[in-house]
Design a protein around this ligand. Structure first.
Ligand code: PEP
Length: 265
């Protein structure tokens, strides 16, 4: 069975390092032991150092040492240069120094509020991959129309995001399909269905096939994100054949995140 990836995107939460540590330690302690599953927690940048310390120094938190290899850290964004005069930015080299293995690039909230466009996202993906970071590349339409215009939109996001990225650099790339209308912070949001996810992921693989060939189309993991909880997660992985889940809101409470993990056992 192919490996599954369960990702928590904490967004701009919680408000203090104390709460961040408590949440992270809570997850480390209560996460069930799962074969062939990688859990990735993506906190705000400012908490990475402390959380990395928890993983690497195996602080005295009971069962943490046992899960040491199972819970990884990711960042919610990354800059496209390794160093230089870029006030406020965080480089791939800095993230790696903190023990970060994964980065989210192209999240819809950064596209909406922070002017991340396809060109910027493409530059970030390129640099992150060159630095051997694993990239969760987020794509997703704002609304799903009957005529299928959203498919064209998705195609453009994917093609632009992959521009001039050599095929050989793609082994660390993941696509996260997150329809914006399904993200819980949006009004009236409800999760997509596993069936729709499956159809969309087949469409995404077709795009990859025409651009990069069969091997890449087959290999790139495609995750689902949008209002996932302990009740619907399994459906996406089984019926929807997702390679993983990205959770926002459910990642912010030990119980709701661990419920997702437990539901997959
Ligand atoms: C997200 O914003 O990436 C997300 C998946 O959020 P939620 O799980 O809260 O819908």
């Amino acid at each position: 069975m192919a490996k599954k990836f369960i990702v928590a995107n904490w967004k701009m939460n919680p408000n203090s390092v104390k709460e961040a540590e408590a949440l992270f330690i809570g997850v480390c302690k209560s996460a069930p032991k799962m074969k062939n599953t990688e859990v990735v927690v993506c906190p705000p940048f400012v908490y990475l150092d402390r959380l990395s310390g928890i993983i690497h120094n195996a602080m005295p938190i009971g069962r943490q040492a046992k899960y040491k290899n199972q819970i990884n850290l990711g960042s919610q964004d990354v800059f496209w240069e390794n160093r230089g005069s870029y006030t406020g930015e965080i480089s791939p080299l800095m993230l790696k120094d903190f023990g970060v293995k994964y980065v989210i690039v192209g999240h819809s909230e950064r596209r909406k509020y922070l002017m991340a466009n396809n060109e910027i996202i493409n530059k970030k993906i390129k640099t992150a991959l060159k630095n051997n970071l694993k990239v969760f590349f987020c794509v997703g339409e704002e609304e799903r129309d009957e005529k299928g215009k959203y498919l064209k939109f998705l195609k453009e996001e994917i093609i632009e995001g992959f521009k001039k990225i050599p095929k050989d650099n793609l082994k660390n790339l993941f696509i996260v399909y997150e329809p914006i209308w399904a993200i819980s912070s949006n009004k009236g949001a409800a999760a997509d269905t596993p069936r729709n996810f499956l159809e969309t992921s087949i469409y995404i693989r077709k795009i990859l096939f025409f651009r990069f060939g069969r091997k890449v189309a087959h290999k790139v993991p495609i995750l689902y994100g949008g209002s996932v909880d302990g009740k619907n997660a399994r459906g996406f992985l089984e019926e929807g054949r997702a390679d993983g889940i990205l959770a926002g809101r459910a990642g912010l409470k030990v119980k709701s995140f661990v419920d997702i993990l437990k539901s997959l056992k």
